[in-house]
Design a protein around this ligand. Structure first.
Ligand code: UDX
Ligand code: UDX
Length: 465
């Protein structure tokens, strides 16, 4: 089996950055170089001030501090890093297509293809190429074809090694992974490559947690894992709507069903809807694949998970509007939280974007506070929707740095991310400076109903009548 001493990763994003940092940290004998076409991103990864890393992830800066400059490097010399590496991870983004065939559902693979072509062009020695990005099933075949037909007699072995880390807990998820999945060709060279990658993970994970499969199973498992997780959230969210019409309490239901060991307690928190770069994209991918094989019922079944998620977001907004006497025009509404979940500065597909947009459609005056998301990111998210002009977005929504001061004369507060700091706020003070009646719409169920009511708030918690 080949012993790997030099790794390159293309894509210094939420997946490539943390994953490679942990590999470097756990494998001091391997040189790890993370490259990216985005020079700013690489500069940020190389900053002296570790609070300026491009990604906020608990535990990340400590690991980067330990390994950077020793065996962990961030660089924009893509070709050189590819040439020197024995193993190359592809960790570039694969957004949902916004044009052409499969628009709105299929994954856009142009970045992955560019990477493959570049690897083929630059490589002078045999390489193991690892797909880390989540890709539609059978992408490995496409990468293999490109490499085999454009490479210079060099042997390329493709592996699929999907990522299961969740943002906000990425470092812990990597260090204590439930499992690592490695898919590869069922040939002697394929086996050798799978073992070489297994050996890397065995530096810190027990061997029995490293699963080897064929390449297609590995690719599809990633989509299915995310689809099942998202399905749990949509399932509990569908029941939250029913709870609001009855005296049942969603938290009690989650607890009651979660004790059933066949169901388990995780991913049963009702919320304003799931977000993140993966769930929606991966399910859409699954739907697209099923449909392209003529499996209409299979496609419809999984699509419903997304329809339920959209319903949860719009239901939340409609509740705000109807509670505020059916008009929010000109009313000041504070949004706490823009990230798609706590402990990350990632906002992709965040429910907050859709909630804010809908409130702005009704001409509310929206003020956003998030502890980690920048103002420019928030405006980019809104501008990307193309609902109205960038100027209008800036007129209708402002971004604030002081979460307490902004509640003065507000009609309502909507909590859209479960940041811990929101729980510790001086809610009595907030109440005193808001207009009365003062409303709080808790889309994350983080505050205590009794306490909020005792202060005087009109308090709504998703999943409770
Ligand atoms: C990840 C996964 O890789 C993707 O499959 C998953 O489904 C979503 O999350 P992520 O790391 O979160 O992607 O994406 P992002 O933070 O956008 O990072 C991707 C990086 O790749 C960017 O920094 C981009 O500049 C870089 N890139 C993109 C290249 O270096 N080369 C390219 O050709 C394209
Ligand atoms: C997910 C997968 O968990 C991970 O394995 C995969 O590699 C990438 O996609 P991520 O998107 O980072 O990770 O976050 P995750 O923790 O799964 O949360 C996704 C969304 O679901 C968030 O918006 C979160 O707030 C929401 N959620 C999660 C709920 O609303 N309720 C829950 O009980 C759990």
């Amino acid at each position: 089996m080949q012993k790997i001493t030099n790794i390159c990763c293309i894509g210094a994003g939420y997946v490539g950055g943390p994953t490679m940092s942990v590999i470097a940290n756990k494998c001091p004998h391997i040189q790890v170089t993370v490259v990216d076409i985005n020079q700013d991103r690489i500069d940020q990864w190389n900053t002296e001030d570790l609070d300026q890393l491009p990604i906020y992830e608990p535990g990340l800066k400590e690991i980067v501090a330990e390994s950077r400059g020793k065996n962990l490097f961030f660089s924009n010399e893509v070709d050189r890093a590819i040439d020197e590496a024995q193993m190359i991870f592809i960790s570039v983004n694969t957004p949902t297509k916004t044009y052409g065939k499969g628009k709105g559902q299929a994954a856009d693979l142009k970045f992955v293809e560019l990477c493959a072509r570049n690897i083929a062009k630059v490589s002078k020695t045999d390489k193991i190429v690892v797909e880390k990005s989540t890709l539609p099933v059978r992408t490995a075949q496409a990468i293999q074809n490109i490499l085999d037909n454009t490479g210079d007699g060099v042997h390329f072995e493709i592996l699929s090694n999907p990522e299961f880390l969740a943002e906000g807990t990425a470092i812990d998820d990597l260090i204590h992974a439930d499992r690592v999945l490695i898919g590869g060709n069922e040939t002697p060279t394929g086996q050798d490559a799978k073992d070489a990658l297994s050996a890397i993970y065995e530096n810190w994970l027990p061997k029995e947690r490293i699963l080897q499969t064929n390449i297609w199973s590995s690719e599809l498992s990633k989509l299915v894992a995310n689809a099942f997780l998202a399905q749990r959230v949509s399932s509990i969210n569908s029941i939250s709507a029913l709870c609001e019409k009855t005296d049942a309490n969603i938290q009690e239901i989650s607890r009651a069903i979660g004790f059933d060991s066949r169901i388990g307690p995780k991913f049963l928190n009702a919320s304003v809807g799931f977000g993140g770069s993966c769930f929606q994209k991966d399910i859409l991918n699954l739907v697209y694949i099923a449909r392209s094989f003529g499996l209409q019922e299979v496609a419809d079944y999984w699509e419903q998970v997304i329809i339920m998620n959209d319903y949860q977001k719009s239901r939340f907004v409609e509740h705000i509007i109807s509670t505020l006497y059916n008009t929010i025009s000109g009313k000041k509404i504070v949004i706490y939280g823009w990230a798609f979940k706590k402990d990350t500065n990632d906002t992709r597909e965040s429910a907050a974007i859709h909630v804010a947009n809908a409130l702005m459609e009704e001409h509310a005056e929206v003020i956003v506070y998030d502890p980690k998301v920048t103002e420019s990111r928030i405006y980019q998210d809104l501008d990307y929707l193309n609902t109205r002009s960038p100027e209008e977005n800036r007129r209708l929504l402002t971004v604030a740095k002081d979460p307490i001061a902004i509640t003065t004369d507000a009609h309502a507060i909507a909590i859209l991310t479960e940041w811990d700091e929101f729980k510790g706020y001086d809610w009595e003070k907030i109440y005193s400076q808001m207009l009365k009646p003062a409303f709080v719409f808790d889309g994350r169920r983080i505050l205590k109903t009794d306490e909020m009511k005792a202060i005087g708030f009109n308090y709504y918690k998703i999943g409770q009548s």
